[in-house]
Design a protein around this ligand. Structure first.
Ligand SMILES: C[S@@+](CC[C@H](N)C(=O)[O-])C[C@H]1O[C@@H](n2cnc3c(N)ncnc32)[C@H](O)[C@@H]1O
Length: 289
């Protein structure tokens, strides 16, 4: 009797310790699993994760919806891609470090968003991200600057969000921050740029000629009607939406390649306007030569 009770007790204890080991192991990286270290070398920039609070702010700033396709350039452990997918968006992470790619895929599966996410091992400088509606990044000022021409060629309206790092003299459209503290210890600012339509050049309106000198999402210029030339002020672009003022008249509209149209308001009067680009080059005025 006694030996068989002892045997049952030993089997029970063994089972219990096995269950405890399995449950504990599920919450931990497996002993053979890759565990990244903050500050570890990356190809062009080290790995540091964006604080989750800031990831949320970045995606809020970009107004990510299920219609979006989000691409994170240098996607680290996949947190931004996974958070975007949890909002219903399709999301892709481009990451040079193959171990981080494997880790991201595992994290996405654990979070139940494997079907909405994709992670590829690639160099962001060699990658095509032209299909993105939202680009996220936590890189460096100089990397952002190198990517800037490619970013400015994206579809007007594409939203770009960066953790902390800037884009040279292309000033952000909006910024937001998480207060530094428990939830974010460093790199706590999100910056948003909206790719502006390209409007530089000369445009023909029904009875006038509009000349635009563009500076990213702002512009200045002149409107020439017959012998009169008036300055264009407050020129602004938000993606393909355009607005500017000439004298008392405020113009708003939408740009589509070499055409734009909209409405203008002057002294309580509203009318439609339409313009077609006749040149992409602005002749330097004598004082600018
Ligand atoms: C500062 S971490 C940001 C990680 C993630 N985006 C986040 O916000 O948590 C930068 C990441 O870029 C990766 N990286 C560095 N150079 C790269 C390159 N040329 N192509 C792709 N990924 C790169 C690094 O391995 C690292 O994971």
């Amino acid at each position: 009797m006694i030996p068989s009770r002892l045997l049952r007790q030993s089997v029970f204890t063994l089972c219990l310790s096995l269950i405890v080991t399995v449950v504990f192991a599920q919450g931990q990286p497996g002993s053979g699993e890759y565990a990244p270290k903050e500050g570890q070398e990356g190809k062009d920039v080290i790995w540091l994760p964006t604080a989750q609070e800031l990831v949320d702010k970045m995606l809020n700033l970009a107004k990510v919806t299920p219609q979006d396709y989000v691409i994170d350039l240098g996607s680290g452990d996949g947190r931004t891609v996974i958070t975007a997918a949890k909002r219903g968006a399709r999301a892709l992470g481009i990451e040079y470090n193959p171990d981080m790619v494997v880790l991201s895929k595992r994290n996405a599966a654990q979070e139940g968003v494997a079907d909405k996410t994709q992670f590829i091992q690639a160099d962001l400088y060699q990658s095509d991200f032209s299909q993105a509606t939202v680009i996220t990044m936590f890189l460096l000022d100089e990397i952002n600057l190198k990517l800037r021409p490619q970013i400015l060629d994206l579809k007007p309206g594409t939203r770009i969000v960066s953790n902390t790092f800037k884009m040279g003299d292309w000033i952000a459209d909006e910024t937001d921050s998480v207060e530094e503290g428990e939830k974010c210890s460093q790199y706590c600012t999100a910056l948003l740029w909206i790719v502006p339509a390209k409007v530089e050049g000369t445009w023909k309106l029904s009875q006038s000629e509009l000349t635009i000198k563009q500076n990213f999402q702002t512009f200045s210029g002149t409107l020439k009607s017959g012998a009169k030339t008036a300055p264009v002020v407050n020129g602004k672009l938000s993606g393909d939406l355009i607005s500017f003022t000439v004298g008392e008249a405020t113009y708003t509209g939408r740009v589509s390649g070499s055409n734009m149209q909209g409405t203008f308001n002057a002294s309580g009067r509203t009318a439609q306007w339409k313009a077609t680009r006749i040149s992409k080059v602005v002749q330097a005025s004598p004082e600018n030569r």
